[in-house]
Design a binder for this molecule. Structure first.
Ligand SMILES: [Fe+2]
Length: 217
């Protein structure tokens, strides 16, 4: 019977995704996925933890206070952590108009999921997304966390390679038109979705522009 934590929780042997013998990696690799987001916070630390717990339907895997101010590790899938919030006492608020990461975007599987998240965040009393737009390639809702970081929840409107072709050759052309014409009212989007208007309409930028012009979206 296992008696130590190591015996209980640590696998007998490491087991990485792949083991490449020396000399077999012969070209520059790219990452295979993004793993986690690491955020410093101060006065809003608790609100930040709650925000990401709610937005991502995440759970707290560990809280580490060994080094003083706490770090909270959250996950929303089988990875050990996806978001870490680190308390930095005395660091104050995030300055405005600074260069650096502008936002991270998280893919969802369907418009129904994006809408569900939108409705829940609204019920919890968070400010509405500051931008909701059909970019053509994606349908995106942009939230702001309690410290002022932007988080995009999005859905690819086409298969991934089709969205890449869309961006390379179409998105910023005259034919595409001004990006702002894809801006929509999220509450009207919820209404249309719940009244049964199909995704073939609601995710199509041309249809979105038309409905926005007509005032229905
Ligand atoms: Fe984005």
């Amino acid at each position: 019977m296992a008696t130590t934590l190591r015996e209980r929780y640590v696998p007998k042997s490491v087991n990485p995704m792949r083991m490449d013998p020396p000399g077999t990696v012969t070209s520059m690799p790219s990452p295979n996925r993004m793993h986690h987001l690491h955020i410093f916070s101060d006065e809003n630390y608790d609100a930040m933890v709650t925000f990401y717990q709610r937005l991502f339907n995440a759970e707290i895997v560990a809280v580490n206070e060994e080094m003083g101010p706490p770090l909270t590790f959250l996950t929303y899938d089988d990875h050990d952590h996806r978001v870490v919030i680190i308390k930095k006492p005395g660091w104050g608020a995030k300055p405005e108009n600074k260069v650096g990461v502008s936002h991270l975007a998280f893919c969802y599987a369907s418009l129904g999921e994006l809408i569900y998240v939108y409705k829940r965040m609204k019920e919890w009393g968070y400010p509405p997304p500051h931008w909701t737009v059909n970019h053509g390639n994606s349908t995106s809702f942009y939230y702001t966390d309690p410290d002022g970081n932007e988080v995009e929840t999005m859905l690819d409107n086409y298969s991934t390679l089709d969205t890449q072709t869309y961006k390379r050759h179409y998105q910023f052309t005259e034919e595409f038109g001004p990006m702002r014409e894809g801006n929509f009212d999220p509450d009207k989007m919820v209404e249309l979705y719940e009244s049964g208007v199909p995704e073939s309409i609601l995710l199509d930028r041309e249809e979105v522009r038309r409905m926005v012009r007509e005032g229905t979206l």
